[in-house]
Design a protein around this ligand. Structure first.
Ligand code: THU
Length: 136
Protein backbone atom coordinates (compact mmCIF):
# COMPACT_ATOMS: atom_id res chain seq x y z
CA UNK A 1 0.00 0.00 0.00
CA UNK A 2 1.70 3.19 -1.14
CA UNK A 3 1.16 6.58 0.45
CA UNK A 4 -0.57 7.71 -2.77
CA UNK A 5 -2.97 4.74 -2.71
CA UNK A 6 -3.79 5.42 0.92
CA UNK A 7 -4.42 9.12 0.29
CA UNK A 8 -6.61 8.28 -2.71
CA UNK A 9 -8.63 5.73 -0.76
CA UNK A 10 -9.28 8.09 2.15
CA UNK A 11 -10.27 10.89 -0.22
CA UNK A 12 -12.69 8.48 -1.91
CA UNK A 13 -14.28 7.61 1.44
CA UNK A 14 -14.63 11.31 2.31
CA UNK A 15 -16.29 11.89 -1.06
CA UNK A 16 -18.61 8.88 -0.64
CA UNK A 17 -19.71 10.34 2.68
CA UNK A 18 -21.47 13.12 0.77
CA UNK A 19 -23.98 10.52 -0.46
CA UNK A 20 -24.89 9.31 3.02
CA UNK A 21 -28.61 8.89 3.56
CA UNK A 22 -28.78 9.52 7.29
CA UNK A 23 -31.90 11.57 8.04
CA UNK A 24 -32.47 9.83 11.40
CA UNK A 25 -29.04 9.78 13.01
CA UNK A 26 -27.47 12.62 11.01
CA UNK A 27 -24.30 10.54 11.36
CA UNK A 28 -22.85 10.48 7.88
CA UNK A 29 -20.43 7.72 6.93
CA UNK A 30 -18.46 7.09 3.75
CA UNK A 31 -16.37 4.06 2.88
CA UNK A 32 -14.04 3.02 0.09
CA UNK A 33 -12.61 -0.45 -0.41
CA UNK A 34 -9.58 -1.18 -2.58
CA UNK A 35 -9.63 -4.50 -4.41
CA UNK A 36 -6.58 -6.66 -5.13
CA UNK A 37 -7.16 -5.72 -8.77
CA UNK A 38 -6.76 -2.03 -7.89
CA UNK A 39 -10.34 -0.82 -8.24
CA UNK A 40 -12.09 1.25 -5.60
CA UNK A 41 -15.71 0.62 -4.61
CA UNK A 42 -17.59 3.25 -2.63
CA UNK A 43 -20.30 3.03 0.00
CA UNK A 44 -22.28 5.29 2.29
CA UNK A 45 -24.66 4.51 5.12
CA UNK A 46 -28.24 4.05 3.97
CA UNK A 47 -30.75 4.46 6.78
CA UNK A 48 -34.38 3.43 6.89
CA UNK A 49 -37.51 4.54 8.73
CA UNK A 50 -37.49 0.99 10.10
CA UNK A 51 -34.17 1.58 11.84
CA UNK A 52 -32.76 -2.00 11.76
CA UNK A 53 -33.06 -1.99 7.98
CA UNK A 54 -30.18 0.49 7.88
CA UNK A 55 -26.94 -0.61 6.22
CA UNK A 56 -23.54 0.77 7.17
CA UNK A 57 -21.21 2.39 4.64
CA UNK A 58 -18.56 -0.31 4.97
CA UNK A 59 -20.96 -3.11 4.12
CA UNK A 60 -22.44 -1.18 1.22
CA UNK A 61 -18.94 -0.76 -0.26
CA UNK A 62 -17.96 -4.41 0.28
CA UNK A 63 -21.28 -5.78 -0.97
CA UNK A 64 -21.09 -3.62 -4.08
CA UNK A 65 -17.63 -5.03 -4.81
CA UNK A 66 -18.64 -8.64 -4.10
CA UNK A 67 -21.73 -8.27 -6.27
CA UNK A 68 -19.41 -7.23 -9.11
CA UNK A 69 -17.23 -10.30 -8.65
CA UNK A 70 -14.49 -8.87 -6.42
CA UNK A 71 -13.70 -10.87 -3.30
CA UNK A 72 -10.14 -9.94 -2.42
CA UNK A 73 -9.42 -6.62 -0.78
CA UNK A 74 -6.27 -4.79 0.23
CA UNK A 75 -7.61 -1.91 2.27
CA UNK A 76 -10.74 -0.13 3.37
CA UNK A 77 -11.12 3.50 4.42
CA UNK A 78 -14.02 4.80 6.46
CA UNK A 79 -14.78 8.48 6.93
CA UNK A 80 -16.98 10.10 9.56
CA UNK A 81 -17.12 13.45 11.35
CA UNK A 82 -15.38 12.17 14.48
CA UNK A 83 -13.32 9.15 13.43
CA UNK A 84 -15.83 6.56 14.64
CA UNK A 85 -14.70 2.96 14.43
CA UNK A 86 -16.48 0.31 12.27
CA UNK A 87 -19.32 -1.53 13.96
CA UNK A 88 -19.14 -5.19 14.90
CA UNK A 89 -21.27 -6.42 12.03
CA UNK A 90 -19.05 -4.62 9.51
CA UNK A 91 -15.95 -6.04 11.17
CA UNK A 92 -17.37 -9.53 10.69
CA UNK A 93 -18.12 -8.84 7.02
CA UNK A 94 -14.58 -7.50 6.51
CA UNK A 95 -13.22 -10.62 8.16
CA UNK A 96 -15.13 -12.90 5.77
CA UNK A 97 -13.36 -11.56 2.70
CA UNK A 98 -10.19 -9.90 3.93
CA UNK A 99 -8.98 -11.03 7.35
CA UNK A 100 -5.62 -9.35 6.75
CA UNK A 101 -6.92 -6.10 5.29
CA UNK A 102 -5.70 -2.70 6.45
CA UNK A 103 -8.37 -0.30 7.70
CA UNK A 104 -7.99 3.49 7.72
CA UNK A 105 -10.35 5.43 9.98
CA UNK A 106 -10.57 9.12 9.11
CA UNK A 107 -12.32 12.08 10.66
CA UNK A 108 -13.50 15.28 9.00
CA UNK A 109 -10.25 17.06 9.89
CA UNK A 110 -8.37 14.54 7.80
CA UNK A 111 -6.83 12.83 10.80
CA UNK A 112 -6.36 9.12 10.10
CA UNK A 113 -5.88 6.07 12.27
CA UNK A 114 -4.46 2.92 10.69
CA UNK A 115 -5.55 -0.46 11.95
CA UNK A 116 -6.27 -3.94 10.60
CA UNK A 117 -9.23 -6.31 10.54
CA UNK A 118 -7.26 -8.68 12.78
CA UNK A 119 -6.85 -5.91 15.36
CA UNK A 120 -10.48 -4.85 15.10
CA UNK A 121 -11.82 -8.39 15.44
CA UNK A 122 -9.41 -10.65 17.35
CA UNK A 123 -10.10 -14.35 17.88
CA UNK A 124 -12.79 -14.21 15.21
CA UNK A 125 -15.06 -16.86 13.75
CA UNK A 126 -14.59 -17.40 10.03
CA UNK A 127 -15.12 -19.67 7.04
CA UNK A 128 -12.38 -22.04 8.28
CA UNK A 129 -14.46 -22.78 11.37
CA UNK A 130 -17.12 -24.21 9.06
CA UNK A 131 -14.53 -26.27 7.22
CA UNK A 132 -14.18 -23.90 4.29
CA UNK A 133 -10.79 -23.06 2.88
CA UNK A 134 -11.11 -19.58 1.48
CA UNK A 135 -9.96 -19.80 -2.10
CA UNK A 136 -12.29 -16.87 -2.91
N1 THU B 1 -22.67 3.48 10.65
C1 THU B 1 -21.90 3.13 9.57
O1 THU B 1 -22.24 3.41 8.43
N2 THU B 1 -20.75 2.47 9.83
C2 THU B 1 -20.31 2.11 11.07
O2 THU B 1 -19.36 1.35 11.19
C3 THU B 1 -20.98 2.68 12.25
C4 THU B 1 -22.36 3.14 12.02
C5 THU B 1 -23.92 4.19 10.39
C6 THU B 1 -25.17 3.38 10.64
C7 THU B 1 -26.17 4.47 10.93
O3 THU B 1 -26.67 4.96 9.71
C8 THU B 1 -25.36 5.57 11.59
O4 THU B 1 -24.01 5.31 11.24
C9 THU B 1 -25.51 5.62 13.08
O5 THU B 1 -25.31 4.39 13.67
Amino acid sequence: MTQAEMTRLIAAAQKAREQAYAPYSQYRVGAAVLTEEGEVYLGCNVENAVYPATCCAERVAIFKAVSEGRRRFRALAVATSNGGSPCGICRQVMREFAPEMVVYIANANGEVRRTTVAELLPDSFGPEDLGFVTGK
